[in-house]
Design a protein around this ligand. Sequence first.
Ligand SMILES: [Zn+2]
Length: 278
Amino acid sequence: MFEPIKHWLEHRHIQQLGFTRPDWDAVNAGWQVLERYSEAERQQLFELTLRFLVHKVFASGRDFELAGPICLKVATMACVPILNLGLSWYDDWQTLIVYEGDFRPKRPFRGDDGVVHETGPGLSGEAWQRGPVILSWEAIQHCGPHVRSGKAGNVVIHELAHKLDMLKQGANCAPPLHKGMSAQQWHDVFESAWLQLQGLVFHYHDFHQGKAHKHGLHGESALHGMLPIDLYGLTSPAEFFAVCSETFFEAPVVLKQALPDVYEQLGLFYRQDPAALL
Ligand SMILES: [Zn+2]
């Protein structure tokens, strides 16, 4: 289709959405991530959000009533990672499915006890390669700087980071990098940070094994306190990239202080510097 016609159609669909800037400000009120941006960046994000809503399909999971303001909020969060990249980074998928709460995928799941169950545990979000992004509205409402065990969390940014990672050879902590970025440096920085945090976890368990028996009071909470990111990020390289990404946007200073090289690489990738905006 000719570019001018494409733009005209997009503009018409945006008008039909009927969302105004005050609507957008209202649904996102209090979200720290937006408060860091300048007015010009907020306007840019608002316009990108409307384009996202026109190009993506929102579907409700089970019988959840998916109201307009919910879509507006989810779309805003989804657009934060691509604010300076552009909507084309999300071109290879179209649908977001939003459930009222956590959802249980219907596929065989092997529990810790080795028993295979028909469905897995409840999930707050999931991203499929070239498929939909699935989200829990309840989890989205709890996004913020101290959600999971005192760690920053944002399920929307987390799942969309997986989508960006999947653009090159599946989700493996290696998204397509921009010209001028070094794949070797990216790999070395993330590997070194991964080993550093895995080392902390290993030493923690080693050190507390004896004491835990004696006092019976050492849970995982102290370990969570020692780490700059949620412990879940250490389950795989893909989760490491997604969890570092949500921390980059929700608690940038924490990430920059603890893992400055990871922060720098993510800044180059997302073309944003959220810690400097504070
Ligand atoms: Zn994940």
